[in-house]
Design a protein around this ligand. Structure first.
Ligand code: ATP
Length: 433
């Protein structure tokens, strides 16, 4: 059974994810991604980008700034409504999100930590505030974006005029978002700085519900395509009182984390709320002109909004496998940080090392590969397994005679003998098919 302790310790041991500013005692709920963590997260983001931007003609990409004009947040409703209910314990001073408390604690105002009395609920705005320029007064206040979506809405008209987009179409963005969460936790599940992968998909008003369903199915299947176990995924529709101020309907894709089900992605029907609101506040026309009907309207918006960090966590948990002999990450080869590792059987035989380096150089042009000649083969397998490397290639004495190497499969530990000249096609087939 995989526990969060096992995941956190593997992440530290193998340098996937590290506590931020650790030498200063760490900074609550901020994390750094080490080498394998960056590779893993980049693979997730790149596959998402490839599947939705590069491989489709109806979605274009954007990378908007982190700090937007402060009026954006007035229009979007974030200044007034992006709040969580905050309570504080009068005795131990700990703070909690009231809606996270057990019913009994919330009803009777009892601190879950020390049983002291809790204060009444206050609305706490989750946006991080900062200032532009040298004067810190109310006219220079700006906010770090709490979602990437608004950068898309304020560029809506540019995309229409520059790329001639025709409804239905989408704009996609991957980028950082910041939320001053009251109770961050569960490792990288809830942090104050995180990355989102968002699409705003603009559709004709009466077709919104059909598109909403399509996107829910599409995004659910995406996780399965990259080998998340279907038993660990489920859909959950928001109840009316849970819905965000802009949403007509939201369905979450939830993952079964070790502590229970948690949101991986939200797919919201944002209606025409945002475009209308930005039109009102900016005074700019944000309608779409339908050439066929000769009519202007505000498109409705379907928003699949996924967390890149929560995806990293889900992929790590889902792939974590432990048996009597070893721990390995059974990651889909396209998600795995490193695709293959090359070893000389022993490090003190010059011909073997040179041959292995040759193989490494050949593969390096095509895949992300590692070279390792430290310790013994068993130890090298052990560390590649924990990183999730699907193939380990060993150059041995037979190689020198027959120009062939052994390729060990991470999941079965089976070894195949493959000719050097066939190695690239052998791996390509296994990784991409
Ligand atoms: P939650 O209910 O867990 O706070 P949310 O409904 O506020 O999440 P959305 O606003 O729908 O989240 O954001 C879209 C996605 O961004 C989420 O599904 C999640 O994957 C990611 N996300 C949101 N907040 C955080 C956070 N604090 N840390 C890491 N990822 C986050």
């Amino acid at each position: 059974m995989v526990t969060m302790d096992k995941i956190v310790s593997l992440c530290k041991r193998r340098g996937f994810i590290l506590q931020s500013s650790e030498i200063y005692g760490g900074l609550g709920s901020f994390y750094d991604y080490g080498h394998y963590g960056v590779l893993l997260k980049n693979n997730i983001k790149n596959l998402w980008w490839r599947d939705y931007v590069l491989n489709r003609r109806d979605i274009f990409g954007l990378d908007s700034s982190l700090i937007l004009h402060p009026d954006v947040w007035k229009a979007s409703g974030h200044l007034s409504s992006f709040t969580d209910p905050l309570v504080e314990c009068k005795k131990c001073r700990r703070r909690f999100r009231a809606d996270d408390l057990e019913d009994e604690n919330r009803k009777n105002n009892i601190c879950p930590s020390c049983s002291g009395a809790l204060t009444g609920e206050k609305r706490f705005n989750l946006m991080f505030k900062t200032f532009i320029g040298p004067v810190e007064d109310s006219t220079s206040v700006v906010y770090l974006r709490p979602e990437t979506a608004q950068g898309i809405f304020v560029n809506f008209k540019n995309f229409l005029s520059t790329y001639g987009m025709k409804v239905p179409f989408g704009i996609a963005q991957i980028g950082k978002a910041f939320r001053n969460e009251i109770t961050p936790g569960n490792f990288i599940f809830r942090t104050r700085e995180f990355e989102q992968m968002e699409i705003e998909y603009f559709v004709k008003p009466q077709t919104d519900e059909i598109w909403h369903k399509k996107w829910i199915r599409e995004r659910f299947d995406w996780y399965l395509k990259y080998s998340i176990n279907v038993k660990n995924l489920r859909l959950r529709e928001h109840t009316p009182d849970e819905l965000s101020h802009y949403s007509k309907g939201t369905t979450d894709i939830e993952y079964r984390f070790p502590w229970g089900w948690g949101e991986l992605e939200g797919i919201a029907n944002r209606t025409d709320f945002d475009l209308k609101a930005h039109q009102k506040y900016s005074g700019k026309d944000l309608t779409y002109f339908d050439e066929e009907k000769k009519k202007s309207y505000h498109p409705f918006v379907i928003e699949p909004s996924a967390g890149a960090d929560r995806s990293v966590l889900a992929f790590l948990i889902d792939s974590f496998t432990e048996d009597e002999k070893r721990i390995y990450l059974k990651l889909h080869p396209l998600i795995a940080p490193v695709k293959a590792a090359v070893f000389p059987l022993v490090s003190n035989k010059k011909e073997l090392v040179e041959y292995a380096r040759d193989i490494y150089r050949m593969l390096q042009n095509v895949f992300i590969v590692h070279f390792d000649d430290r310790g013994n083969i068993g130890k090298r397998y052990y560390s590649q397994d924990e990183i999730g490397t699907p193939f380990c290639i060993t150059v041995d004495y037979d190689t020198l005679q027959k120009d062939s190497v052994t390729v060990r499969n991470r999941d079965t530990t089976r070894q195949d003998r493959v000719k050097k000249e066939n190695l690239v096609s052998f791996l390509t087939e296994k990784i991409y098919s």
